[in-house]
Design a protein around this ligand. Structure first.
Ligand SMILES: *Cc1c(COP(=O)(O)O)cnc(C)c1O
Length: 404
């Protein structure tokens, strides 16, 4: 008799973004005149930069000639890309990471969901609350948690580290020592960034207790302040306790192109086993490589033209972030984030719940955002707006919110 993976049944029903889409559709049907501005979903809107398009055209042409055609890519990634990553993202920042510690993939969502596979199911997982849902849900599917409590808004057996205004949205060391610690900085959804000193304390903690930190740095390109680490490997000792996830989605607009990578240092050993070996085995068995064309496009991100064009693209989004942050602050809201990340996290006014504010904002200002409670129990009372819209729509959305 066939049985199913009943761990999946622990996942609570409706997915955040489909609920939002449903509500927006209903509103739009009832108010066909209203021009709705979407500052909700974290997807980019600017087209791919010219340097990337040029590279795509060139490699597409290569695929059309017998001499330059490429089939399966090496399953850990082409050397030209791994070398460019090791040099630009790591060595140039003073991080001791070599090309053969980089695993090229189709994005950080799959890596952040798959990485848990190389760990035993008895590991205790710690996450920030609010959190990017993938970390928790994939551990639920793997059976690393207990049941979901509707009333508490969390899973049994998971260590939640509250991130609220009281602690400046920075996780504190939990009472119970975890095995796996997921950290994401700059943070989605709160938009907060961790200082190098604070991240060093986490690295020291993980080395002292033998934890592994899974560090999601998908938003490092948005860091604007000094003293904020772009990689966890800027911290001393991170090679023996940290795995880093990176993506080309937010820095280069690859959300529809798909490219990312994971760094597993060879010095990272747990349970007598090099984790690099396990991730290489997993990657080799279950993944057949990111497309050649896309890896060439990724390489162009590190070209002088690519770097210059992408810095402009990030600056465009960060101007939007400033418009939202400063505009809503002027209007009397308590706003956070938006300085080193394309997310603004605001405290919902007048004791409303996150979803009440969602409905209020949609009906009064025709603006869509994301209820903080969708990211965890401690997101209740907060609301996320993204800087990924156009400048014009961002300005318009803030003007409408000021008049609410
Ligand atoms: C967008 C995002 C990613 C990147 O996902 P891709 O699969 O590379 O597009 C990873 N982590 C977080 C927290 C994100 O918000």
């Amino acid at each position: 008799m066939v049985t199913v993976n009943r761990n999946y049944l622990k996942l609570p029903g409706s997915y955040l973004f489909s609920t939002i889409a449903k509500k927006v559709n209903i509103f739009q049907e009832e108010n066909p005149q209203a021009s709705v501005i979407r500052l909700g979903i974290g997807d980019v809107t600017q087209p791919l930069a010219p340097a990337i398009i040029d590279s795509l055209h060139r490699s597409v042409d290569e695929m059309g000639h017998r001499e330059t055609f490429r089939g399966y890519a090496p399953d850990l990634g082409y050397d030209f890309l791994r070398d460019a990553i090791a040099k630009n993202d790591y060595r140039d920042r003073g991080c001791d990471i070599s090309a053969d510690e980089i695993f090229v993939s189709d994005g950080a969502k799959s890596d952040s969901g798959n990485i848990q596979e190389i760990f035993g199911t008895d590991n205790k997982v710690a996450v920030c609350d609010p959190v990017y849902p993938v970390y928790v849900d994939t551990n639920v599917m793997a059976g690393r948690t207990g049941a979901y409590s509707q009333e508490k808004g969390c899973f049994d057996g998971v260590i939640y580290m509250p991130c609220t205004a009281d602690n400046g949205f920075m996780p504190e060391f939990p009472e119970e020592v975890p095995d796996l610690i997921y950290l994401c900085f700059p943070n989605n959804p709160t938009g907060g960034a961790i200082t190098k000193e604070r991240l060093q304390e986490w690295v020291d903690y993980a080395n002292r207790y033998g934890c592994v930190i899974i560090y999601d740095a998908a938003y490092e390109a948005y860091i604007s302040q000094e003293g904020i680490p772009h990689s966890i490997y800027e911290c001393e000792g991170a090679r023996t306790c940290a795995i880093e996830l990176r993506s080309f989605s937010k820095n280069a607009g690859f959300t529809g192109v798909r490219l990312g990578f994971t760094v597993v240092p060879k010095d990272l050993v747990r349970d007598g086993v090099q984790l690099h070996r396990l991730w290489a085995r997993r990657h080799g068995t279950k993944f057949n490589g990111a497309p050649y064309i896309v890896q060439r496009a990724g390489e162009s991100v590190y070209s002088p033209e690519g770097k210059q064009q992408l810095a402009q693209q990030v600056a465009y989004y960060m101007r939007n972030a400033r418009v939202i942050h400063d505009g809503l602050q002027d209007a009397g809201y308590s706003v956070y984030g938006g300085v080193d990340a394309p997310y603004i996290w605001l405290a919902v006014p007048n004791g409303m719940s996150s979803w009440e504010f969602f409905d209020h904002l949609l009906s009064q200002a025709h603006v869509v955002g994301t209820p903080g409670s969708g990211f965890g129990a401690n997101g209740e009372g907060y609301f996320r707006l993204t800087a990924f819209s156009t400048y014009e729509n961002t300005v318009e959305a803030v003007e409408r919110m000021k008049k609410m």
